[in-house]
Design a protein around this ligand. Structure first.
Ligand code: NAD
Length: 361
């Protein structure tokens, strides 16, 4: 079986971490009998330097012709890089918005998983962190308040700003289906988060999610108000499996959930459309301060590649094996600088990639 994967190494530490993720996927391919075929495209600063734009139409066409996209990260030092003297639509981040739109990526998945080996980095009390947690935040990415009509007007000398929050039932249904599908691959529980006590869009959200739930009798559905969810994430994160929510609530809750894991270099993410296609990338940025030094943590990108195998290619065994290899390497005490603690063995980006690849079984 051949897997057509477009890679976007990007800027900063991007090329270093993507190289390690490829190494791990290649090893999983040897063990589980598949062949990844990679095609690299330029995006962000790397594309500006060559083409004058952060993403070309040819690069989009290449991405569309693949089954999945594996990305490092894009962008540079926003105070020093010449890329940030360009107009906003020509800066590195514009490439990311363009590719998300071109690929119709409406579902964003961000796991927040606390490895017991890294529990010391969790800012929560030990009685909470010791229970561990493994949460998947499923955020709607292309609708809601961030995409509604907005304007600022002046009425009788008073400035007034208006933002609109709209969702139609189709937008809600397609993300709910994704959420329930993913819960089926996990612990079969969906917590749908809304503000149905106040907002009409949330009341529609709740009723459409209930309709979708009828097709998933094996998955437990519960509803939670967003303010309560924000509290529960720090009080008892172990209660959650999949958190399904709209764009703005998901933006805030996914950052909160990742913060309680305490380790930015460990956080994977995926953005999916309504086929099996997805774009997989670490949650962190391009870390220009450590680029080229072989000290970046490649684990978030490696775990993003595991998500790619699971969600775009249904290779759950290979994804499990990569996740287990990450856990094993942590258990053996290997750490990159960002997650280092006393008595551990400090390794660089390349060595961490090699260690994980060698433990994929
Ligand atoms: P950042 O995530 O790049 O870095 C924040 C801090 O975390 C830095 O100290 C960095 O060294 C460290 N860090 C990040 N990833 C790490 C890793 N894998 N291993 C070890 N340490 C790591 O955030 P920033 O500095 O605010 O942004 C830098 C650039 O990245 C900006 O241009 C920003 O726009 C861009 N960015 C891109 C994406 C993306 O490509 N999706 C996301 C966020 C930020």
């Amino acid at each position: 079986m051949e897997l057509k994967i477009t890679c976007i190494p990007g800027d900063g530490i991007g090329p270093e971490i993507v190289a390690q993720a490829k190494k791990v996927v290649d090893k999983a391919g040897e063990v589980y009998g598949f062949t990844p075929i990679y095609t690299d495209i330029l995006m962000g600063g790397a594309s500006i330097d060559v083409h004058g734009v952060p993403l070309t139409d040819e690069a989009i066409a290449t991405a569309k012709s693949a089954d999945a996209v594996l990305m490092g990260s894009i962008g540079g030092d926003t105070t020093k890089s010449p890329w940030y003297k360009l107009p906003p639509n020509l800066r590195p981040e514009a490439g990311l918005l363009k590719i998300r739109k071109a690929l119709n990526l409406f579902a964003n998945l961000r796991p927040a998983l606390l490895y017991k080996e890294l529990a010391g980095a969790c800012p929560l009390k030990e009685e909470i962190s010791s229970k561990g947690f493994d949460i998947m935040i499923m955020r709607e990415l292309t609708g809601g308040l961030y995409f509604g009509d907005r304007k600022t007007v002046e009425e009788n000398g008073v400035r007034k700003a208006i933002d609109t929050l709209t969702y139609d039932e189709n937008e809600i249904r397609r993300i709910a289906i994704k959420g329930f599908d993913i819960a089926r691959k996990r612990k079969q529980k969906v917590t749908s988060v809304d503000k149905a006590n106040v907002l009409d869009s949330s009341r529609l959200w709740r009723s459409v999610v209930e309709e979708v739930a009828k097709d998933y009798p094996d998955v437990i559905l519960e509803h939670m108000l967003v303010d309560n969810c924000a509290m529960q994430l720090v009080k008892d994160p172990a209660q959650f499996d999949v958190i399904l929510t709209e764009n703005m609530f998901g933006d805030i809750l996914s950052d909160e959930a990742s913060m309680v894991t305490g380790s930015i270099g460990m956080l994977a993410s995926a953005s999916l459309n309504d086929t099996k296609f997805g774009l997989y990338e670490p949650s962190h940025g391009s870390a220009p301060d450590i680029a080229g030094l072989d000290v970046a943590n490649p684990i978030a990108t490696i775990l993003s590649a595991a998500m790619m195998l699971r969600y775009s290619f249904d290779l759950d065994d290979a994804a499990d094996a990569i996740e287990a290899a990450v856990q094993q390497v942590l258990q053996e005490g290997y750490r990159t600088g960002d997650i280092y603690s006393e008595n551990c063995k400090k390794v660089g980006c390349k060595e961490m990639g090699e260690l994980i690849a060698s433990r994929v079984k």
